[in-house]
Design a protein around this ligand. Structure first.
Ligand SMILES: Nc1ncnc2c1ncn2[C@@H]1O[C@H](COP(=O)(O)OP(=O)(O)OP(=O)(O)O)[C@@H](O)[C@H]1O
Length: 121
């Protein structure tokens, strides 16, 4: 495969991914809340002048929440598309997917508490 077409394909894929991220933020209420929290904690990071390590941990925590929420949304949409009828197996799949978001969100909240509680006391 010529080098140019590889690069063009990669750029096109990045475009599709950016479109997907935008669609996610525009259409999903739960990710809108998570994006709002992202803005708040980013502002808090500047306000409290957190360290490089704290920025890194906060960034990973945010990415984990937004990333798993995106995957959860994709799983829900796929499940609704391939099996619109009520089915316990679909319920299980959706619950496990939502559970993954919850686990990551708990971990991210703990990271936030570890960073900011000492700064607030
Ligand atoms: N087709 C189905 N069959 C069985 N149970 C379902 C089905 N669709 C939804 N459920 C149950 O309802 C719950 C909510 O499903 P839904 O697709 O509305 O997700 P949601 O968490 O409300 O979505 P969002 O994250 O967008 O708010 C699922 O976790 C599952 O327990």
């Amino acid at each position: 495969m010529p080098k140019e077409s590889f690069i063009v394909n990669r750029i096109r894929s990045v475009g599709f991914a950016a479109k997907g991220a935008l669609l996610l933020i525009k259409t999903e209420p739960s990710i809108k809340i998570q994006v709002f929290i992202t803005v708040v904690v980013t502002a808090a990071g500047f306000y409290f002048n957190i360290s490089n390590i704290e920025w890194a941990l906060q960034t990973i925590a945010i990415a984990m929440v937004l990333g798993t929420e995106g995957m959860n949304t994709a799983v829900e949409k796929l499940a609704d598309f391939i099996h619109p009828e009520h089915d316990p197996k679909i319920g299980f799949i959706k619950d496990v997917s939502a559970g993954a978001v919850m686990l990551v969100s708990i971990a991210a909240s703990i990271v936030g508490l570890i960073i900011y509680i000492p700064k607030l006391l």
